[in-house]
Design a protein around this ligand. Structure first.
Ligand code: PMP
Length: 344
């Protein structure tokens, strides 16, 4: 045998270079050309692999991290999974403070990657000592030789996407992209990708997706933090009750808000019709695309890239569970006879 063995050294080498997949007429029956950037193809099944690797390797380069140190983060689940995965391979301990809104499957997945998980109440303000921000901050102070990733306030979160997601999309669309539709949570994905794309072509429109119950859209439009915009909602990872510095509001042209119910049905619709098992915010991004198309934002030559941030397997007890959908009232507009076997 003189053939070379074709193998990766470890899963970290598989982060990034996710595919762009053309969306079918069924899912995107609008004027224009629609493509999904499918981040579930990352080894940790979400876009967060990119920031976990980038931020940890930057800390290593600066000599802040050494083997055996502890990495701490606040997370809705995906960032935690990615940090836990990178920590396993690089030999760090990983502590995660997560919101009680995160699905049970997500929390169990973090534990399966060897992370220590603190579940904190979702509906308290960010400055409350029980919030996951304050818990993470306290742990970072208490544990010596620890670093706090702090994704909402870490400029490296933006850089990770400026260095990878942006150039990938530019290359994959041969520079023809006209619109980017991306969810905003920390804002890292949309901001980093937008900065790169706008540098190549300032006319590329950057369309953010926000949730009802989040302050981002209003803040973008008025520069005011309006507490009245904040109320509980179900989509995980999208929108915020504070203004993250990892969001470059100037790089974003507009925000579209989507309803929990619409995003959930859209995610299920995508899974059934594209053979792509997507997460809740992928449904949100596609729902926003639908609303924008209805407003006439895209002409027939538009090249629209919609970022699908994560994989559907993380939502088995939520949007892919009929009982959960029913409990949320998400089938109320559908006749009872078809509730159990709803066809998309
Ligand atoms: N979708 C999901 C499922 C997420 O976990 C996140 C991150 N909070 C986002 C979208 C938004 O990405 P970003 O934080 O880069 O704005």
């Amino acid at each position: 045998m003189n053939q070379d063995i074709q193998a990766y050294d470890n899963v970290l080498q598989l982060i990034g270079e996710t595919p762009l997949i053309k969306l079918s007429e069924k899912v995107a029956p609008y004027s224009g050309n629609f493509y999904a950037k499918v981040e579930a193809f990352n080894p940790g099944h979400s876009s967060k692999d990119r920031i976990a690797l980038h931020i940890i390797e930057e800390a290593e380069r600066k000599g802040i991290l050494k083997p055996g140190d502890t990495i701490i983060e606040t997370t809705s689940g995906n960032t935690g999974f990615s940090i836990a995965m990178v920590s396993r391979i690089k030999g760090y301990d990983c502590i995660l403070a997560v919101s009680s809104k995160s699905s049970a499957d997500k929390i169990d997945m973090l534990k399966s990657m060897g992370a220590k998980v603190y579940v904190c109440p979702a509906h308290v303000s960010a400055d409350d000592e029980r919030s996951y921000y304050q818990v993470a901050k306290r742990l970072h102070e208490e544990i010596k030789d620890s670093i706090y990733i702090n994704q909402y306030f870490n400029e490296l979160n933006i850089d990770a996407h400026y260095n990878s997601t942006g150039p990938e999309i530019w290359k994959q669309t041969a520079g023809k992209i006209t619109h980017l539709v991306a969810c905003s949570g920390t804002g890292g994905t949309i901001s980093g990708t937008a900065r790169f794309l706008k540098e190549q072509n300032p006319d590329v429109q950057i369309l953010g997706v926000d949730a009802y119950g989040s302050v981002l859209k209003k803040y973008h439009e008025t520069q005011e933090f309006d507490k009245n915009e904040i109320y509980p909602y179900r989509i995980e990872g999208l929108g915020k009750n504070l203004i993250p510095t990892a969001t470059d509001f100037e790089a974003i042209d507009s925000f579209t808000k989507v309803k929990d119910e619409d995003a959930a049905h859209m995610a299920r619709f995508i899974s059934q019709h594209e053979g792509l098992f997507v997460g809740y915010t992928s449904g949100a991004a596609m729902q926003a695309t639908k609303q924008l198309a209805a407003q006439g934002v895209f002409d027939k030559d538009a090249v629209v890239v919609v970022i699908f941030p994560d994989h559907g397997s993380r939502y088995m007890s939520k949007i892919y569970n009929d009982k959960w959908m029913e409990e949320q009232g998400f089938f109320d507009s559908v006749s009872t006879a078809t509730q159990q076997h709803i066809e998309y």
